[in-house]
Ligand binder design. Structure first.
Ligand code: SF4
Ligand code: SF4
Length: 97
């Protein structure tokens, strides 16, 4: 049995801190996204940071990103996502509970 399996989502999130950088480490080209038929990023982002808009585009907020890289892996449109790590000391901080 996984020793951490009895820890709930809320408890896990209590161990996560986001040190928001001024410079976004992920940028999304909304014009490219308009022609995307899958909007895969919306479904895979564990933080729910991609939100489809009524005009076929995407709204994105980098501030609570886990830096998992999943959106970059699944994106099917070249150039839609530009991804880099935040500068040292910034971004997500996961602590042991
Ligand atoms: S999967 Fe890529 S191209 Fe499609 S909406 Fe998401 S970021 Fe844009
Ligand atoms: S790196 Fe992970 S948490 Fe951050 S926006 Fe992409 S899918 Fe979401």
């Amino acid at each position: 049995m996984n020793p951490g399996s009895d820890i709930g989502f809320e408890d896990r999130m209590a161990t996560v801190e986001f040190r928001v950088a001024d410079r976004p480490h992920i940028t999304v080209d909304r014009e490219v996204c308009r022609s995307c038929t899958t909007k895969a990023c919306v479904h895979v982002c564990p933080a729910g940071l991609f939100v489809p808009t009524a005009d076929g585009g995407i709204l994105f907020n980098y501030e609570q990103c886990f830096e998992c890289g999943t959106c970059y892996m699944v994106c099917n449109e070249a150039g839609a996502i530009t991804w880099s790590y935040p500068e040292g000391g910034q971004g997500v901080v996961m602590r042991r509970s």
